[in-house]
Design a protein around this ligand. Structure first.
Ligand code: PLP
Length: 281
């Protein structure tokens, strides 16, 4: 496990950050995460596109070029011990300065880059998720991958307490996403997923899932759907960079999905192949 803070690399548990980093005071920053195999980070350009977009939306003046960010990430990956799959996390905060809500002077305060890499065991796609449902009490900036994650932390804690893997969130009847994943469903041969507005994170895995569905002639509908529709789906699919493409077998203890296993397996296998192909050396 290797950590990095503003150019300094060391064993993760020995790394420290300055007390005045605005990530600590305000969660004033953004993050990204992806899996690494053969020391190749998966879908890195997609993650960097979203990273720069999150920075733009939060007006964080991070000027490091894409190639330099890639080089810093690779330094940390290469410093870590070899393992079949690794988890790569990085975050950028607005910088280190005296606590004050408005932005600091960008001439004096530069954004901080923090990175870590650790070994990662990918979940077996054959082991379905159990979900709980919860009202989505997050703010309307869910399209930005900010460090403000309290509602997601609480939702995931409730899921774990009930022996579940993830919490599916809804605003009224409308399904948004999960605490740290997107959610989609197969119904009558069509892949349905929520549109990318300010209520969900535009997940990279979600994007790939839609691409793979289209490549396999599975029509895609990006429109809001309800909890009732989700409960009646043929298959429920939960996607994230850390677990890729998982099926769900229950929500609040009620069985869901299991009615279109072939299409589900096709998509899961296509996803796994894409991951393996793009991280091959
Ligand atoms: N939605 C939320 C709220 C997340 O935090 C995440 C990932 O961390 C996702 C969706 C999935 O996004 P991705 O597939 O890019 O990992």
């Amino acid at each position: 496990e290797v950590g990095y803070y503003n150019g300094k690399i060391g064993p993760l548990e020995e790394m420290t950050v300055p007390m005045q980093d605005r990530a600590l005071y305000f969660g004033d920053g953004i993050y990204e995460a992806t899996c690494v195999a053969n020391r190749v980070p998966f879908a890195l350009d997609d993650h960097l596109d979203r990273m720069y977009n999150s920075l733009r939306l939060l007006e964080i003046p991070f000027h490091m070029e894409r190639d330099q960010v890639k080089a810093e990430l690779q330094r940390v990956i290469d410093a870590a011990e070899e393992s079949p799959v690794q988890f790569l996390y990085w975050q950028i905060s607005r910088g280190v300065c005296m606590r004050n809500h408005p932005f600091p002077d960008p001439e004096k305060v530069k954004p901080s880059l923090m990175i870590y890499v650790k070994p990662h065991t990918m979940k077996s796609m054959d082991k379905p998720y159990k979900l709980i449902s919860m009202e989505d009490i997050r703010f309307k900036m869910c399209n930005i991958k900010t460090l403000n994650l309290i509602p997601s932390v609480l939702a995931n804690q409730r899921a774990v307490e009930r022996g579940c893997d993830e919490a599916v969130l809804h605003r009224g009847s409308r399904v948004t996403e999960c605490a740290h994943s997107n959610i989609s469903m197969l119904k009558d041969g069509v892949l349905h997923t929520a549109p990318t507005d300010e209520l969900i994170l535009p997940g990279i895995t979600r994007k790939h899932l839609l691409q793979l569905a289209r490549e396999h002639d599975i029509p895609v509908v990006e429109k809001p759907f309800s909890m009732v529709e989700l409960m009646n789906a043929d298959e429920v699919i939960v996607t994230s960079s850390s677990a890729l493409c998982m099926k769900a077998e229950s929500i609040d203890g009620i069985p869901v999905g299991g009615k279109d296993p072939q299409r589900l397996k096709l998509l899961q296998n296509a996803y796994l192949e894409k991951f393996q192909r793009e991280t091959a050396r």
